[in-house]
Write a protein that binds this ligand. Structure first.
Ligand SMILES: C[S@@+](CC[C@H](N)C(=O)[O-])C[C@H]1O[C@@H](n2cnc3c(N)ncnc32)[C@H](O)[C@@H]1O
Length: 263
């Protein structure tokens, strides 16, 4: 991981950390003043960002249910974030009691929380790994969490790829995951869209330039490319609110969600 420049370093309570800011947006308690101040600045520009975070989390949990109901019992959750209940393994194991989850994040803050909160929980293994190093990540998912890539797997990459810049090979990484997936596997992605309100894009892009929080908003066509060769499940690649039940309103921060199946 050392060769990548934009990586979170240790636990610094005085600088906002993306995983803790997201935890704040979801109403979690694992965050500091610096994270809440940064989150509040985002809320000033787009007051409905907490709603986007909630939509995104509901999409994640709905996808896990859909995958488990389809008989998938292995989950590779990349950029898993600080544990917040209900977690992926809890939802999956309600439907498929033998389900296992590789809960992966590159942030030592997240890893420390995951070790503290998940150690001893059945079926989940916290792993420190970077999506920008796909071969190493796949190897650790196999050796540490026992993921068998000869069997169907659900890859969850929710709220992560927009933190990977174009020169950090995001398409190559996801292509490597698609290649590793057995038939019947699912690729589940949430990604920030260029259709987001320009004020929000300008504010977050300039506030976070050069840091691990720097977002890269992509077009729907660019996000669609991550699913190359897969069958898209209905309703396709759409904003998070459109994936959920009911008539939920669009938000200023637009995140696109999609599920692709390998046949
Ligand atoms: C917005 S949170 C999403 C959390 C979770 N997926 C969810 O939907 O609730 C993004 C997470 O991605 C992680 N992340 C960002 N870049 C990453 C990378 N290169 N490799 C692995 N994790 C990364 C961050 O540390 C953070 O915990």
């Amino acid at each position: 991981m050392a060769e990548n420049k934009r990586v979170p370093v240790g636990v610094d309570p005085f600088r906002p950390n993306p995983a803790r800011v997201y935890n704040y947006m979801l109403g979690g308690k694992d965050n500091y003043d610096a994270d809440r101040d940064y989150g509040d600045r985002m809320l000033e520009v787009a007051p409905d960002t907490k709603i986007t975070a909630w939509h995104s989390r509901q999409f994640l949990l709905k996808s896990v249910r859909l995958a488990a109901e389809a008989g998938i019992r292995q989950f590779v959750d990349i950029g898993a974030g600080i544990p917040i209940s209900p977690n992926v393994h809890e939802v999956a194991r309600e439907i498929e009691p033998t389900a296992i989850v590789a809960s992966i994040d590159y942030d030592p803050v997240v890893h420390a929380h995951s070790n503290a909160l998940l150690t001893g929980a059945p079926g989940v293994t916290p792993i420190l790994a970077d999506i920008r190093e796909p071969d190493k990540l796949l190897e650790l998912a196999h050796t540490e969490a026992g993921i068998d890539f000869a069997q169907p797997v659900a890859f969850l990459i929710v709220g992560v790829l927009h933190f990977v810049m174009d020169d950090e090979s995001p398409y190559e990484a996801v292509a490597r995951f698609r290649e590793a997936m057995a038939p019947g596997s699912l690729l589940i992605i949430q990604h920030a869209s260029v259709n987001t309100h320009p004020f929000f894009m300008n504010a977050t892009t300039s506030n976070a330039a050069g840091t691990p929080s720097q977002p890269n908003f992509r077009t729907p066509e660019q996000v669609r490319e991550f699913f190359d060769g897969l069958e898209m499940l209905p309703p396709g690649l759409v904003p998070a609110n459109e994936w959920l039940e009911g008539e939920l309103k669009p938000t200023r921060l637009v995140v696109l969600c999609g599920i692709g199946r390998k046949n």
